[in-house]
Design a protein around this ligand. Structure first.
Ligand code: NAP
Length: 265
């Protein structure tokens, strides 16, 4: 990604879920590369602190948009801002639930689909027309390794991330040769607040399985510039992906189910 030259208008990046984890790192890296930011999440205080840091560290101007993206009102406010034109969109806000699907609270599953699927699709749809008009733009849709296989005990989460991968692949093809790039990012275990928010027990996950949010984001930002459409950061995650390709999907479901059940125990 080329840094902005002195005197040029700074391009604008909108990052959802910018108050923590991967989103905060995306915002920091994009600011360092010369973008102004639109920071979106629910926690206004955290977004405001981040905005101040980005200004001091990188001279970036930030708009703070404190909205709940699981609900239509917040989603439409964000979509309206995106439709006014952004150069870079990172659809990152998301959460997961773990447990037996039949026993999980229904409203949380619905909120998850609203955030991980409906909002991501809505903002992608809002971003594309002005990007296509200008023949440039980048959309990073944060999926997950979980979207590559069936996910017993993370059923809704895995299904939402499968949607993100499929939508991104399709839209990337539609936008091929337009100057606009769309990429699904599929991280594996990444040290953020994600697991604690999902009440996941993670003691059994080996240390070498984890990546830092910084490593994931740097890998993603480089991958979209290379033209990757589905990016899996980390050699071990890519190896796991290759292993999955060799195993029938039903058997993968067994393996994943046996491993993911431990998140709940
Ligand atoms: N960490 C991992 O191991 C991992 C692996 C694969 C994929 N991912 C994906 O990476 C993305 C980022 O997650 P993370 O790991 O960085 O988790 P995180 O540290 O928990 O951050 C999640 C972000 O999403 C925002 N968010 C959550 N619910 C929201 C809502 N209703 N409206 C607006 N914003 C909301 C949160 O901000 P507020 O609470 O302030 O709203 C926060 O900024 C997610 O899509 C996740 O599925 C994570």
């Amino acid at each position: 990604m080329a840094a902005t030259k002195r005197g040029e208008a700074r391009p604008v990046a909108l990052v959802t879920g910018a108050s923590a984890g991967l989103g905060a790192v995306f915002a920091e890296r994009l600011a360092a590369h010369g973008h102004d930011l639109v920071l979106v999440a629910r926690d206004k205080a955290r977004l405001t602190v981040l905005a101040e840091t980005l200004e001091v560290d990188h001279g970036a101007a930030s708009e703070v948009l404190a909205v709940d993206l699981s609900h239509a009102t917040g989603r439409e406010r964000a979509a309206e801002r995106v439709a006014r034109g952004v150069d870079y969109l990172v659809n990152n806000a998301g959460f997961g639930t773990v447990g037996e699907f039949a026993r999980l609270p229904p409203q949380k599953e619905i909120d998850q689909v609203e955030l991980n699927v409906v909002t991501l699709a809505r903002l992608t749809r809002a971003a594309l027309p002005p990007m296509l008009e200008r023949k440039r733009g980048r959309i990073v849709n944060v999926a997950s390794m979980a979207g590559l296989a069936p996910g017993p005990y993370t059923a809704t989460y895995s299904a939402t991330k499968a949607f993100v991968i499929s939508l991104s692949e399709s839209v990337a093809e539609e936008a091929r040769a337009t100057g606009v790039r769309v990429m699904a990012l599929c991280p594996g275990f990444t040290r953020t607040e994600f697991q604690s928010r999902a009440n996941m027990r993670i003691g059994h996950v080996p240390a070498l399985a984890w990546m830092s949010a910084e490593a994931v984001v740097d890998s993603a930002l480089a991958a979209i510039e290379r033209g990757e459409i589905v990016h899996i950061p980390g050699a071990l995650n890519r190896l796991t992906r290759e292993g999955m390709r060799l195993v029938p999907r039903g058997l993968t479901a067994r393996f994943v189910g046996a491993a993911s059940r431990k998140f709940t125990e």
